[in-house]
Design a protein around this ligand. Structure first.
Ligand SMILES: C[S@@+](CC[C@H](N)C(=O)[O-])C[C@H]1O[C@@H](n2cnc3c(N)ncnc32)[C@H](O)[C@@H]1O
Length: 255
């Protein structure tokens, strides 16, 4: 899961950028699932706590963040003392059955080798009529790059994700995953795209740091630098489009 040895503070910056992409969707899903009135809420794969600490700020319930990465949990605790951050594996959640009103994840399932086990565990620990939320899982199979000179970057990134053990096509599997564990009232969708201006310098920096790390063994430094400059130019001239379909799913444990 962690091919690069960044300190948690750098992952945190990346996760903040990613959280920006799903902000309006989260708001809608939090309302749909009545999240702010839930008593016990857990995020699996909570990383540096970006999503669950936001929920902690907005709800009266007790929040839990579970991540397999102990260092990330130490970092999360330093920023958010209200949430209980636990080191554990989403495939064997250390909680009794039916102990949460809402369980959720955000950019997690792509990284686990057996997402069906994680969803099964989320269902087990969620109470009857409680909600399970998968807020964001990409599907690189539907990636659109423009101008066409950037197709190669897209293809290499997909290969790199496979090499890292990830499933870059997880998005399309969400509906089947939710159905397979018997959830009801399932709603699945894809985040839409909108291009009103270039990304901020911080977003571009974060994106390129990820691309450079993903492609370090696939392209020379010079080739990467050429792509980076070409992309900056494409954003400047207004031609650049990058769309990676990002799926979400919500479902309820039957009564
Ligand atoms: C891409 S990060 C997303 C972090 C956070 N959800 C966010 O969006 O800001 C995925 C996180 O899942 C964690 N993770 C990966 N496999 C896991 C597992 N089997 N159980 C728990 N956490 C896991 C990683 O350590 C990492 O922190």
């Amino acid at each position: 899961m962690k091919p690069y040895n960044y300190p948690p503070s750098e992952w945190h910056d990346r996760y903040l950028v990613q959280a920006g992409w799903t902000k309006s969707l989260r708001e809608r899903i939090y309302q749909l699932s009545n999240l702010r009135n839930a008593n016990r809420i857990m995020e699996i794969g909570s990383g540096t706590g970006v999503i669950i600490s936001e929920i902690a700020d907005q709800s009266h319930g007790q929040t839990y963040g579970l991540d397999i990465d102990h260092e990330a949990n130490i970092f999360s605790r330093s920023l958010d003392s209200g949430t209980r951050y636990i080191t554990g594996d989403g495939r064997t959640l250390p909680f009794p059955s039916a102990s949460f009103d809402v369980t959720l994840c955000h950019f997690l399932l792509m990284w686990v080798p057996d997402p069906e086990t994680v969803i099964g565990e989320m269902r087990r620990v969620t109470k009857r009529e409680g909600w399970i939320l998968a807020l964001a899982e990409p599907d690189y199979g539907g990636r659109i790059d423009y101008p066409p000179e950037f197709d190669e970057i897209g293809e290499l990134q997909i290969q790199s994700l496979f090499d890292q053990g990830a499933d870059p096509m997880i998005g399309r599997r969400l509906k089947a995953l939710f159905s397979s564990v018997g959830l009801v009232d399932i709603q699945v969708g894809v985040l839409s795209g909108e291009w009103t201006g270039p990304p901020t310098p911080e977003e571009l920096e974060s994106e390129w740091r990820t691309i450079a790390a993903d492609l370090q063994h696939k392209l020379s430094k010079e080739a990467l630098e050429d792509f980076r400059e070409a992309e900056m130019e494409a954003w400047r001239s207004g031609s650049r489009i990058l769309f990676i379909p990002t799926f979400y799913a919500i479902g309820r444990v039957p009564s």
